[in-house]
Design a protein around this ligand. Structure first.
Ligand code: ADE
Length: 221
């Protein structure tokens, strides 16, 4: 899988690219690239934004700037690339969308800045508009990292332990419910114990206990 992040701040992704699961994915042939809007902007002085029509505060990312960056990367035909604009007004990101996106060969994550994108970016250039939550960030970079992280950890081999992404919160294995609680040594600490069943060696009982806790956390019985 190739994930391209379009941003004004490629350096923000240096830390992310160094994370173990991202490096594991890279060793497995996957790639995370950053593309700087300023490298292809048709405007003078590396400009990428403009004042909003109709007035109002802040600056808006221009559609011609985003289009130039996409064309610079993909030419006239970006049809094989799933292009996602990160914006607070978009569809809420969740585990289901992460599972869908990991099936793509090529993703483009478009980060906005300032007041966001000219709406034509969302209407004409992107396939989806996605939000990571009902709050406004100062740009799409953190949102792009959240989306990339949730997707990359689903790639086979990214987590090292093949099983760790199968039975975790919101997975199919848990019927979409949050994950059950975990405990580890010591079995007692400051008088705080561990559920007896987990120390019993009764694997069927442990399984039932875990599924039950998971259902409870999901609001079920
Ligand atoms: N850009 C600014 N806020 C955002 C959010 N909540 N989700 C995605 N992109 C954003």
């Amino acid at each position: 899988m190739l994930i391209d992040v379009f941003t004004l701040f490629p350096e923000h992704f240096e830390w992310f690219g160094g994370q173990r699961h991202v490096r594991n994915a890279a060793e497995g042939g996957h790639e995370l690239r950053c593309i700087d809007y300023r490298d292809t902007t048709p405007l003078k002085g590396g400009r990428v934004d403009d004042t909003p029509y109709g007035g109002g505060a802040g600056m808006v990312m221009r559609v011609d700037v985003v289009d130039a960056a996409l064309r610079g990367a993909y030419g006239d035909d970006g049809s094989g690339v799933r292009k996602i604009a990160l914006t607070p007004g978009g569809r809420m990101f969740d585990e289901g969308l992460a599972a869908e996106l990991v099936g793509e060969q090529h993703l483009a994550l478009l980060c906005g800045r300032y007041e966001g994108f000219d709406e034509r970016v969302i209407e004409r250039l992107a396939d989806d508009a996605v939000s990571i939550g009902p709050y406004v960030l100062s740009g799409g970079e953190l949102a792009a990292m959240v989306v990339a992280d949730a997707v990359i950890r689903k790639l086979p081999g990214a987590l090292g332990d093949e099983h760790s992404a199968v039975e975790e919160s919101f997975s199919e294995a848990l019927g979409g419910d949050p994950e059950y609680p975990h405990y580890t040594r010591p079995p007692e600490y400051r008088g705080w114990g561990v559920p007896e069943i987990l120390l019993s060696g009764d694997h069927a009982g442990i399984r039932e206990w875990r599924l039950q806790r998971s259902r409870e956390r999901g609001g079920g019985a």
